[in-house]
Ligand binder design. Sequence first.
Ligand code: THU
Length: 134
Amino acid sequence: MTDRELVDRAFQMLEYSYVPYSRFPVGAAICCGDGTVFTGCNVENAAYGSTICAERTALVKAVSEGHRDDLERIAVVGLGADYCWPCGACRQMLFEFNPDMIVLVARGDGAFVSTTLRELLPNGFGPKALVTTD
Ligand code: THU
């Protein structure tokens, strides 16, 4: 699957976003090593803090289906004029599974840029940080 196709899969998710409070739909799509794609959208809640972002929806779908070690690329899209950069919580959640994940970030006109999670979360705290010396 090309980067453009993965971004388009993420755009297709915008119709499922549940965003009565922010009115800001976000879509995501993760491509695994074997080509499997897991999609997600943001799902808001009247208790605002319980909202889950699109990226984490897609990530939890992938991990809960057994895809833990082959999460290669994620596309994140929104309809804003600016690129829809992943929030800090999503960067942290994704870092756990692949710090070198490729991150495609799109804006409302369809344009997208490609970066990596390590670029977005330098010196991130991951599983290796929990290894102790004793
Ligand atoms: N949102 C995401 O889905 N992903 C992000 O990385 C940033 C923010 C959602 C959460 C909320 O539903 C809306 O965008 C506005 O913050």
